[in-house]
Design a protein around this ligand. Structure first.
Ligand code: X15
Length: 303
């Protein structure tokens, strides 16, 4: 009973301070002193499964360059990561209904390889620019370690992981400007090409992603269908921040490696019933996280 002083028996399952701050607590259920009741409540609450996936390693992930809106294919290792992800999801009995992906080849290619490895190639794949990677502005194409050597690791960390700082915008003189904005794929978006971003903070990614989540994806998840979002490190981080109510400060510490699926279990109102899980061998997952974090370290050869 709330207020009875038996606080340990009434801790909200899966709640965190972050969730409390964001008002998510109302979506969590209360643990009673009868464990069998708790088990029943947990399974009743976790009615929806959502999988988020950062595509397999791309050619520029391998070269430690900010890739962002430049269209790069998967590396050989990235192809294997995507296949392994599909096999892992299959081994867990995952049955997909819809896959959402960005307009960038590396995330679309990943979605195909995952579906193929699962034997679920028939599953519809729906694309939107709103799931594209964060627009890294003038940093696109540059090597993170070289940038850290020139501007300092702290500045690179601010560019990569702060919530509301955008890098300098891409200018028409940038070597990849024409390649991005003259591409036919961006002529058929739900905003005119001139309104597409020139640089984005993580907050701006969330701002452009939310209408798509609220209007397109969330109703499908709510209807009980299993959704995979095959997207990018920062578009997935932005959505995770929104769904879990992660604070502006704490999101800096959330790293998503390539090819590792993230499982979110949500209640009927799409509130998380427990913290997200990165699936797979924990040691492998930790090593992959460290690799992404180390990309911003200043190494003389930029590797
Ligand atoms: O293209 C990118 O992400 P992606 O590999 O998930 O598509 C970004 O360059 C990721 O860079 P970050 O990890 O420094 O935010």
């Amino acid at each position: 009973m709330i207020g009875s002083g038996r606080t340990r028996a009434h801790e909200p399952v899966g709640s965190t301070n972050r969730g409390r701050r964001a008002g998510l607590n109302s979506g969590f259920h209360w643990v009673t002193s009868d464990p069998s009741k708790n088990r029943r409540r947990v399974s009743a609450m976790a009615s929806h499964k959502l999988y988020l996936l950062r595509h397999g390693e791309g050619a520029w992930n391998k070269e430690n360059r900010f890739c962002s809106w430049v269209d790069q294919k998967l590396s050989e290792a990235g192809v294997q990561e995507a296949r392994d992800c599909g096999l892992l999801l299959k081994s867990q009995g995952c049955q997909l209904d819809v896959v959402y992906t960005s307009l960038l080849s590396r995330s679309a290619q990943t979605s195909w390889l995952v579906a193929e490895a699962m034997g679920q190639e028939w599953v519809p794949v729906v694309k939107s620019w709103r799931l594209n990677e964060r627009h890294y502005g003038s940093l696109i194409g540059l090597n993170r370690a070289e940038m850290a050597a020139v501007h300092g690791e702290q500045q690179v960390k601010v560019w990569r992981r702060s919530y509301d700082v955008a890098p300098p915008p891409i200018e028409p003189s940038h070597p990849y400007y024409a390649e991005i904005y003259e591409d036919r794929r961006y002529g058929a978006c739900d905003v005119p090409a001139g309104a597409l971003p020139r640089a984005e903070s993580l907050k701006q990614v969330l701002d452009r992603l939310l209408p798509y989540w609220d209007g397109v994806v969330a109703p499908v998840v709510k209807s009980g269908r299993t959704v995979l979002i095959s997207a990018h490190g920062n578009s997935c981080r932005a959505l995770l921040k929104h769904l879990e109510g992660i604070s502006d400060e704490d999101i800096a510490g959330v790293t998503l490696p390539t090819g590792i699926p993230v499982l979110l279990e949500l209640d009927a109102d799409l509130r998380p019933v427990k913290k997200h899980q990165l699936l797979g061998d924990p040691a492998k997952v930790q090593a992959a996280i460290k690799k992404v974090e180390d990309q911003g370290k200043a190494l003389p050869n930029g590797k």
